[in-house]
Design a binder for this molecule. Structure first.
Ligand code: ZN
Ligand code: ZN
Length: 696
């Protein structure tokens, strides 16, 4: 570095007014300035760590602060080797130097190095001990942390707090509570740690009780405390208390902080007051990714997926990069809309930003593709994942099950066991569903037995419902009924509905009446049960009972959900109801259906009139069957999408038998794959066959 003239010195004093190329200016400062470390500071502030290091090495006797600063910057850049080298070359090291080096090692993920340094320290203070205790806890070595904490020569509040936080982070909330009670002096950090821990494990009552106790004792909450308390309110959907806390937040002035605002947005969204979330968000000037993600997640949580995706693109346009959570929430909104094309667009953004290898985002992609019925891409994503956790395995098993790929689901379960990943409740629901969708009764029984023998998984009513479904739908209605009788817990509506819908398949009026009776006792307003019962009566030709059921429905003010099907083309959703003529292409759709009808007849297809379920004459039945919503949507799809591409249709109710038979043949006639998602599963129609094997 050259000695410089007074002009440059003048420049250096003008640094604040000359924001352009500040590094170039700093490099040209005088030698004395360098010795004072000013330019190093400047370079570091501008993240030119190598240049700062070069200048640092020219200083004959750098002071301890300059050393510490350089070491910290190296470790912040995850260059722990450089940091250690500098640390070793220090002429003199005091306790704070050692402490900060130990902390750097922990922050960079080198616990063993930190432990080694701790052992080598000539003398230690309470901070050294606390740093290593919280480091051990952070890496999950909670027993070692506990042991060290108990041998600490003296402990201050921060030391106690670090052990409490360590317990909380490792899920040992009870131990944290015991320590918290033993503490000689608790500060706001101790209270916040406990409130946060209880909020985390969904024990909102305890969390809020502690929050109130703290308040009564006159300890002033911080923004973190408010955030934890609001999380507890959100989980318990205690909106009154949450609103009170919001008022306090405003009084204490924390409503300016993004951190607190994020918790408030989450809280209102969880309490189904998304308008309040959005209003809060609108008032924020400096929005960051966390805040925006909270709003996107909130919209999704409230079923307002369109707005969620709108906010996602607004955020991207404003130049804020999405993070893993943003992607995950947006993908889940694509699931909510069953919008494969939009999901694919977000997938492209995921790849562009390099998040495609992230396990969290990968899981969301697996779910998105499987819920949109694109099994090929779903499998591709899963197979390319380098890291998989329990959620990944559950997602692929459930996804395969819903799409009728039962043998794949079972294969993935074997693979998962080979990788020593322990299954949980969701895994078993997925496996049982897979069996139920594929008439695998023996396998289903086997899996249920496995579930009962697994000590770490709770058998829930949901599992019983799956098993009732497996037994009932395969025609073993009496056994299914007996099975319900053997349940250790009270059968819920879901269990009885499984039996009732099995009665619908096998036209068993007697058991159906019993099941429906149980449902009406538990939930007199269950519209699905009324519809099923009325349909069962209809297919048995018991029109008086049909009329009576419908009357009961009316007297309870229950409206039958109208069947509708929809298809998304170029990100626009086209919805159809039975006999719908509101689509601008109605005439073309009719022509297509007439043409298909002719072709279907050539293939020997006869209308299955029992599925019309109306007390009308046959000709009229045939007419309304022809214009069922799913047929209209399929015909529209064939008209407007590229030849050879897959047609994807969604339906809010179960597909009727006639449409199922017709669409199977249509897939052969037009030589295209047709995917139909109904209320219970996916049907992949190809070459005249359906993936469900006509069993649904
Ligand atoms: Zn139909
Ligand atoms: Zn099918």
């Amino acid at each position: 570095m050259k000695k410089l003239s007074s002009t440059l010195c003048r420049l250096s004093s003008n640094l604040t007014t000359r924001p352009s190329s500040p590094i170039a200016v700093a490099k040209n400062l005088s030698m004395e300035d360098i010795c004072r470390g000013k330019s190093i500071l400047y370079l570091l502030r501008n993240k030119d760590i190598d240049e700062a290091h070069r200048i640092f090495l020219q200083i004959p006797s750098a002071d301890i602060h300059l050393y510490t600063m350089m070491i910290n910057r190296f470790s912040q850049a995850n260059r722990i080797g450089d940091a250690l080298q500098l640390f070793d070359s220090m002429p003199r090291r005091d306790i704070p130097c050692w402490n900060s080096m130990i902390k750097s090692c922990i922050d960079c993920g080198y616990l063993c190095l930190a432990q080694k340094l701790f052992a080598e320290m000539p003398e230690r203070n309470v901070i050294s001990w606390t740093t290593i205790v919280s480091g051990l806890a952070k890496f999950g070595c909670i027993d070692a942390a506990e042991k060290l904490f108990n041998t600490m020569p003296d402990r201050d509040t921060a030391a106690w707090n670090s052990m409490i936080t360590g317990y909380c982070e490792n899920g040992r909330v009870h131990d944290a509570q015991l320590l918290f009670e033993k503490m000689p002096h608790r500060n706001v950090i101790s209270w916040t740690a406990m409130i946060g821990a209880y909020a985390q494990i969904d024990d909102s009552n305890k969390a809020l009780c502690l929050f109130q106790q703290m308040w009564v004792r006159g300890i002033k909450p911080t923004s973190s405390t408010f955030a934890c308390a609001l999380t507890a309110c959100a989980n318990s959907t205690d909106s009154d208390l949450g609103i009170q806390i919001h008022a306090t937040v405003i009084k204490t002035g924390y409503d300016e902080e993004n951190f607190t605002l994020t918790s408030l947005i989450n809280f209102y969204a969880n309490c189904e007051q998304i308008e309040s979330s959005s209003k809060l968000f609108e008032e924020v000037e400096n929005r960051n990714v966390v805040l925006w993600t909270a709003l996107i997640t909130g919209y999704g949580l409230n079923g307002r997926h369109e707005e969620a995706l709108d906010e996602f693109y607004k955020m991207v346009r404003s130049g804020i990069m999405p993070n893993q959570s943003t992607f995950s929430s947006s993908l889940s909104s694509c699931c909510g809309l069953e919008a494969l094309d939009r999901g694919k667009r977000i997938h492209a953004a995921v790849i562009k930003q390099g998040f495609d290898l992230d396990v969290f985002v990968g899981n969301s992609l697996v779910v998105m593709y499987s819920k949109c019925g694109d099994v090929t891409d779903c499998l591709k994503i899963f197979n390319n994942m380098s890291i998989r956790n329990l959620v990944s395995w559950n997602s692929i098993i459930v996804g395969c099950a819903q799409n009728g790929y039962a043998s794949q689901a079972l294969e993935f379960f074997d693979q998962m066991s080979a990788f020593h990943v322990k299954p949980d409740e969701i895994t078993f629901v997925g496996l049982l569903n897979a069996c139920s969708h594929s008439r695998m009764i023996g396998k289903g029984r086997q899996i249920f037995q496995m579930l009962k023998e697994n000590p770490s998984v709770d058998v829930r009513a949901e599992h019983y419902a799956c098993m009732v479904d497996i037994l009932g739908r395969s025609g073993n209605l009496e056994e299914a009924e007996e099975f319900i009788g053997s349940m250790p817990m009270k059968p819920n509506v879901m269990v009885w509905l499984a039996l009732l819908s099995a009665c619908r398949v096998h036209c068993n009026v007697e058991i159906a009446q019993k099941a429906a009776g149980e449902i009406f006792y538990l939930d007199p307003y269950n519209s699905a049960a009324y519809v099923l019962l009325s349909n069962i009566y209809a297919s048995a030709g018991r029109w008086n009972d049909v009329a009576q059921t419908r009357m009961m429905m009316r007297s309870h003010g229950i409206v039958k959900i109208q069947g509708s099907s929809w298809i998304t083309v170029n990100e626009t959703r086209y919805e159809f109801v039975c006999g719908d003529r509101s689509n601008p292409l109605s005439t073309e759709i009719d022509k297509k259906l007439d043409w298909l009808d002719e072709k279907l007849k050539e293939y020997g297809y006869i209308c299955e009139k029992t599925f019309a379920l109306h007390d009308v004459d046959d000709e009229q039945k045939e007419y309304s069957l022809k214009y069922h919503s799913e047929k209209l949507a399929v015909a529209f799809g064939l008209l407007v999408t590229a030849n050879g591409s897959t047609v994807r249709v969604m339906k809010n109710l179960r597909v009727c038998g006639d449409c199922h038979a017709a669409i199977k043949l249509i897939s052969m006639i037009v030589g295209r794959e047709i995917v139909l998602r109904d209320s219970s599963r996916f049907h992949h129609f190809r070459d005249g066959l359906c993936s469900c094997g006509d069993y649904w």
